[in-house]
Design a protein around this ligand. Structure first.
Ligand code: WTA
Length: 631
C-alpha cells in the first residue's frame, strides 16, 4: 500500500476520488479482521452520520500487537527514553509489549472495567501510558487521555462529561528539571467526580502520595495478581475506540470521538505512506500521547505497521539544547516527527548544540501542529536533514484522526511552508464566507473537506448536535476545518491558520473563550477579552485585555494572581503571555467585542485599525492603545 512515485500518487489520488469505496476497501485488506465488512461506506454530512466498514469485526490491538508476533516478536515496538539522560532507556519488543498489554487488560477487568466503559488516563510519557491505552482498546473500553499539563478542574470536567468509571495515573511525572504531582492533581479532581470507582496508580517519581482505601490501588501490585492471557474483545467497526478533548471557539472543550475500524485503517495507511516507513526503521514522534499526534503517530499508526516507535519522556532543552539530537544519535532514529515550535526554540541555540552529534541515521523529517515558517523550514532542512531528508509538513486535526494534506516522503516535491497536496482519499475544497466554492489556483479561502475519510470524527461525546453545529453547519454538506488556506498557482495548499477564535500556542489548541472564562473567575475581574498574537517561538502567544477596576495592589502582582487562576482552572499551558489592564473593551452597539481591533493592538499594529465608527464608544480604543504602550 506504499506509494513510491509522484505518477503513482497522481494515479492513486484519481482512483481514490473516482471510486472511494473500492480504494479504501483495498487499503483495508492490509489489516487483520475477525470478520470483514458488509458495506464500505454509508454517509451524510447533514446529520452527520458516517459509517465505515459496517459489519466488520476487529480489535485494533490484534493489528498493533498479535499479528506481528510470529514474524517480528523480537522486534522493538517501543523504545523509551527517560527524562534524565543518566538513567537507562527501555526497549519493549512486540512480544513483551503484547504480554504487558494483556496483563494490564486483565487488571482493568479485575477492577470492574468492561467493554464500552470510559477510562480516564492521566500519565507521564512512560511505556505504561502506551500499555494503558492499548489495554483499554484490548477490552473494548474507551480511553480518554488527558494531557499531564491540565489542571484538576479540567480533568474533572472531562471525567464527568464522559462519566468515566476508572482513572489510570502515576504518582508523578518528570519534565525537564520539574516534577509534576499527578496523583495529587487527580485527588483534587476526584472530589467532584462521582462516577469514578477505581484509581490505578503507577509508581514513577516515588513522591509520597495518599492512597484512598477501597478506591486506589498500585499498578505494580495489581499486575502480579492476574495472568497474561487476554484475548482481544471483538469490536464492531463503529464501536468507540477513544475520546479526546479539544478546544473550539465556544464553550468547554468537546470530546472528539473516534471509532475502531476507520481510525485504524486511516492512521496505519497515512503512517506508512507519509513517512515512507521501511521495516526495522526507528520512528521518533516528539509529541505527548496526551494529544492526537501521540495517539495516531506514537501508538496506533506505527504499531499497526509493526514499526519501532520512540517515546521520549523529557523536553528538547533538558539538560541541554542537545538533548533531542542526542536521542536521535543514541537510538539511530530514521524518521523525526516534531513541531515547528520545537524547531524554532532549538534554532535559537544556533548550531553549537549539534556539534559532534551524528545525525546521519535521519532519512525523513516531519512537522505538525501549526504553520511552519520558512526560516524554521530551512533550518530544519539544512542543519538537521543536511538537505538530504525530505520534510513532510503534515496538516491535520484532532477531528481528522490522521494526516490529511501533506507531502509523501520521497514522492511529493516539497515547497517550504506548504503542506502541498491532499493524500489519497482526501477531497479538500476552498469556500468563501457564503460557502461558495472558490475554484482554480492562486486563491485563498476557508478550508473544507467534501467527502468522508475513514479517520474522521463521528460525533462529539454526549452531544451530537454540537458536532453538527461546529463542523457541518457552517457550510452545507461540507466538513469545516476552521482553518484558512491558500492554494497557489501549482495547486499546492498552504494552511494560513485558524479563522475562528482558536489560538494555536506551541502547537496546542486553546479556545479564547475558555481562557476568558478562566480569567473572569478571578475575583476583581469584571470582564476580559483574549486574542492571539504572533510569537517568535510559540507561533502564537496569548494576549489578555482585562477590566479590573480596583487595581490597588501593584499591577504585576495582580497579573501573577490572574495567571495562577488560569493555571488552576485550565492548566499552565493556557497562561496568557501578556495581560493589559484596560478600563473598557471595544464593543459594537449590539455588545459584541470587536476582536479585530484587539488583535491589531496585540500585534502592535495600531496604525490602521480600519472602521471603528460602529463602536459604542470609539474612545475606548485610544485608551487601550495608550495603555498598551506601557506594557
Ligand atoms: C493547525 C494537531 C499549519 C491547524 C494534529 C489545525 C497546522 C490545528 C498544521 C489542529 C500544519 C496542524 N500547518 N497548521 N502542518 N498541522 N495545524 O487538533 O490550525 O491539535 O486546525 O491537531 O493545528 O490542531 P490539533
Amino acid at each position: 500500500m506504499q506509494i513510491t512515485s509522484f505518477e503513482q500518487y497522481q494515479e492513486t489520488y484519481k482512483q481514490s476520488v473516482n471510486e472511494p469505496e473500492k480504494f479504501w476497501a483495498g487499503i483495508a485488506e492490509n489489516f487483520l479482521w475477525k470478520k470483514k465488512w458488509d458495506n464500505v461506506l454509508s454517509w451524510n454530512f447533514s446529520e452527520p452520520n458516517i459509517k465505515w466498514f459496517e459489519g466488520a469485526k476487529l480489535n485494533i490491538t490484534d493489528n498493533c500487537l498479535d499479528r506481528h508476533l510470529i514474524e517480528h516478536g523480537d522486534r522493538p515496538a517501543i523504545i523509551w527514553e527517560p527524562n534524565d539522560p543518566e538513567k537507562d532507556s527501555i526497549t519493549l519488543t512486540y512480544k513483551i509489549l503484547h504480554e504487558r498489554v494483556c496483563r494490564f487488560a486483565n487488571v482493568l477487568k479485575k477492577n470492574g472495567a468492561k467493554k464500552g466503559d470510559r477510562i480516564c488516563i492521566y500519565m507521564p510519557m512512560v511505556p505504561e501510558l502506551a500499555i494503558a491505552v492499548l489495554a483499554c482498546a484490548r477490552i473494548g473500553a474507551v480511553h480518554s487521555v488527558v494531557f499531564g499539563g491540565f489542571s484538576a478542574k479540567s480533568i474533572a470536567d472531562r471525567i464527568n462529561d464522559a462519566s468515566c468509571k476508572l482513572v489510570i495515573t502515576a504518582d508523578g511525572a518528570f519534565r525537564g528539571n520539574k516534577q509534576i504531582q499527578l496523583k495529587e492533581v487527580i485527588d483534587d479532581a476526584l472530589i467532584g467526580c462521582p462516577t469514578i470507582e477505581k484509581v490505578i496508580v503507577l509508581t514513577h517519581t516515588r513522591t509520597p502520595v495518599s492512597m484512598l482505601k477501597g478506591r486506589d490501588c498500585w499498578w505494580e501490585d495489581e499486575v502480579k495478581m492476574v495472568d497474561a492471557n487476554c484475548p482481544a474483545e471483538e469490536m464492531d467497526a463503529e464501536d468507540l475506540l477513544f475520546i479526546l478533548y479539544t478546544s473550539g471557539s465556544t464553550g468547554k472543550p468537546k470530546g472528539v470521538v473516534h471509532t475502531c475500524a476507520g481510525y485504524m485503517v486511516y492512521t496505519g495507511y497515512t503512517f506508512s505512506n507519509v513517512f515512507n516507513y521501511q521495516p526495522n526503521e526507528v520512528f521518533f514522534c516528539t509529541a505527548d500521547i496526551g494529544w492526537i499526534t501521540g495517539h495516531s503517530y506514537i501508538v496506533y499508526g506505527p504499531l499497526s505497521q509493526g514499526a519501532t516507535t520512540v517515546m521520549f519522556e523529557g523536553i528538547p532543552t533538558f539538560p541541554t539544547a542537545s538533548r533531542f539530537w542526542q536521542v536521535i544519535e543514541k537510538h539511530k532514529v530514521n524518521i523525526l516527527y516534531t513541531a515547528p515550535t520545537a524547531i524554532r526554540s532549538l534554532m535559537g541555540f544556533g548550531t553549537e548544540p549539534l556539534n559532534g552529534i551524528d545525525l546521519s541515521s535521519l532519512r525523513v523529517l516531519g512537522s505538525v501542529g501549526e504553520p511552519i515558517n520558512e526560516e524554521a523550514w530551512h533550518w530544519f532542512d539544512e542543519e538537521i536533514g543536511k538537505k538530504k531528508s525530505p520534510i513532510v509538513d503534515t496538516w491535520w486535526q484532532t477531528e481528522t484522526g490522521g494526516i490529511m494534506i501533506s507531502p509523501i516522503a520521497y514522492v511529493t516535491p516539497t515547497k517550504p511552508s506548504f503542506a502541498t497536496l491532499p493524500l489519497p482519499g482526501i477531497q479538500p475544497i476552498l469556500v468563501d464566507e457564503n460557502g461558495k466554492e472558490i475554484e482554480g489556483n492562486g486563491v485563498n479561502g476557508n478550508l473544507c473537506i467534501k467527502f468522508p475519510w475513514p479517520g474522521m470524527l463521528r460525533t462529539t461525546y454526549g452531544d451530537h448536535e454540537r458536532c453538527k453545529l461546529t463542523y457541518f453547519s457552517t457550510y452545507e454538506n461540507l466538513y469545516f476545518t476552521g482553518d484558512g488556506c491558500l492554494r497557489d498557482e501549482d495547486g499546492y495548499y498552504r494552511i494560513t491558520g485558524r479563522v475562528d477564535d482558536v489560538i494555536n500556542v506551541s502547537g496546542h489548541r486553546i479556545g479564547t473563550a475558555e481562557v476568558e472564562n478562566a480569567i473572569n473567575m478571578h475575583a476583581g475581574v469584571i470582564e476580559s477579552a483574549v486574542v492571539g498574537y504572533p510569537h517568535d517561538v510559540k507561533g502564537q502567544g496569548i494576549f489578555a485585555f482585562v477590566i479590573y477596576p480596583n487595581l490597588n495592589k501593584d499591577a504585576d502582582l495582580t497579573r501573577k494572581d490572574i495567571l495562577q487562576t488560569v493555571t488552576r482552572v485550565i492548566g499552565a499551558i493556557a497562561k496568557p503571555d501578556k495581560i493589559l489592564f484596560v478600563s473598557g473593551l471595544p464593543k459594537t452597539r449590539s455588545g459584541k467585542i470587536m476582536r479585530r481591533i484587539l488583535r491589531k493592538v496585540a500585534e502592535g499594529d495600531t496604525g490602521n485599525l480600519g472602521d471603528i465608527s460602529t463602536l459604542l464608544d470609539p474612545n475606548v480604543v485610544n485608551e487601550i492603545i495608550e495603555s498598551s504602550k506601557t506594557l
